[in-house]
Design a protein around this ligand. Structure first.
Ligand SMILES: CC(C)(COP(=O)(O)OP(=O)(O)OC[C@H]1O[C@@H](n2cnc3c(N)ncnc32)[C@H](O)[C@@H]1OP(=O)(O)O)[C@@H](O)C(=O)NCCC(=O)NCCS
Length: 315
């Protein structure tokens, strides 16, 4: 068995497919379904929804066959330029032979200059959790994945007195860019455990880059803002990648501390559901400790799918 870097951009089609098959076999083993091939390939080549760049890979081979890979995404954004988001996966029939460990050792070359690696896809009670523990990776948080089948739309409910909702699709109008940034930066107190990820640290430039990542790739982005006068009270954002118009991801929802306790989170998210066009399924992820947000999502019809862990290694 050997481990080598894998030049995804120039890899022949059959090798890309082998890479995908490693992921699909592992997902199937844990009774999840991998994204369809084309979506996964596009996803690997595109920045993720936190603005981390395309995935870089090293693969483990037995002879010619790809039997496992490690992927890493890094970002140049100052808030997160010390961290890589990583994933290691080995074909089920090749496990417990040290391949996962060899891939872990190949990681530094994929994340030059970064000192923290975090993996956000470790499912509780699986081989991944045991492997992480055996190799000294620390659990930093637990997340709940939820899904909403959009059948009937919820009542939006009354917007609390003194507040107004503003919505748009696509790029943020210039007049709202700074208030959006202020709202996103109010996420700094969201309960994400001990992650090194800075989910705040927004600037207008970063906001614009994140918008471009999804819009330039042919995706969509919806925003609902709650304002009190000119001041931001809360916001919620949904994105839809290119390729699957029926499925979207509910991303950040934040209510600024001074405006909490008035039901704005519910109103924002309910209103969002009325804005989306053509979306049949929405996924979201929430910290398992964020009881308030989980409750809001349940009230909107989201169902819990599974819990997963984020684990971390620091050099
Ligand atoms: C996690 C994963 C990559 C490990 O790959 P692997 O090639 O089996 O890993 P290794 O053989 O190097 O295992 C190293 C050690 O981890 C521990 N370990 C790995 N799998 C384990 C399991 N199923 N149960 C208990 N311990 C396990 C053991 O201590 C093992 O050493 P040992 O075999 O000498 O006892 C593989 O199980 C996988 O692809 N899982 C699904 C993807 C995933 O969860 N990735 C998250 C990685 S952080």
């Amino acid at each position: 068995m050997g481990v080598e870097e894998f030049d995804f951009a120039h890899a022949p089609e059959h090798e890309r497919r082998d890479l995908y098959e490693v992921l699909a076999a592992s997902e199937a083993e844990e009774l999840r379904e991998a994204a369809p091939y084309e979506h996964q390939i596009t996803g690997w080549q595109s920045p993720n929804d936190l603005g981390f760049g395309p995935a870089r890979f090293a693969v483990a081979r037995e002879g010619e066959q790809i039997v496992g890979y490690v992927s890493a995404r890094v970002t140049e954004e100052a808030a997160n330029d010390h961290i890589a988001l990583v994933y290691i996966v080995v074909l089920p029939e090749f496990r417990r032979r040290g391949i996962g460990t060899a891939l872990l050792h190949a990681l530094p070359s994929l994340m030059p200059g970064r000192t923290v690696a975090e993996c956000w896809n470790v499912y509780e009670g699986t081989a991944g959790e045991h492997f992480a523990a055996a190799r000294g990776l620390r659990i930093v948080t637990s997340m709940t994945r939820q899904r909403l089948n959009v059948t009937e739309l919820p009542e939006i409910g009354e917007v609390p007195a003194g507040y107004e909702l503003v919505t748009w699709t696509g790029r943020t109008p210039d007049e709202f860019a700074q208030v959006c940034v202020d709202g996103l930066n109010a996420m700094s107190d969201a309960p994400f455990g001990d992650t090194a990820l800075d989910s705040a640290g927004y600037t207008v430039d970063r906001l614009r880059r994140e918008e471009s990542n999804v819009l330039d790739a042919g995706g969509d982005r919806w925003v609902v803002l709650a304002l009190r006068g000119r001041e931001i009270a809360g916001l919620t954002i949904v994105e839809r990648g290119p390729g699957d118009p029926a499925t979207a991801e509910q991303l950040h929802t934040v209510v600024v501390p001074a405006h909490r306790g008035r039901g704005l989170g519910m109103v924002l998210k309910a209103r969002m559901l009325h804005e989306l066009t053509g979306v049949e399924v929405i996924f979201t992820r929430t910290s398992s400790g964020n009881e308030h947000m989980l409750r809001v999502n349940h009230a909107l019809g989201y169902r819990d799918l599974y819990t997963y862990l984020a684990v971390q290694a620091k050099s």
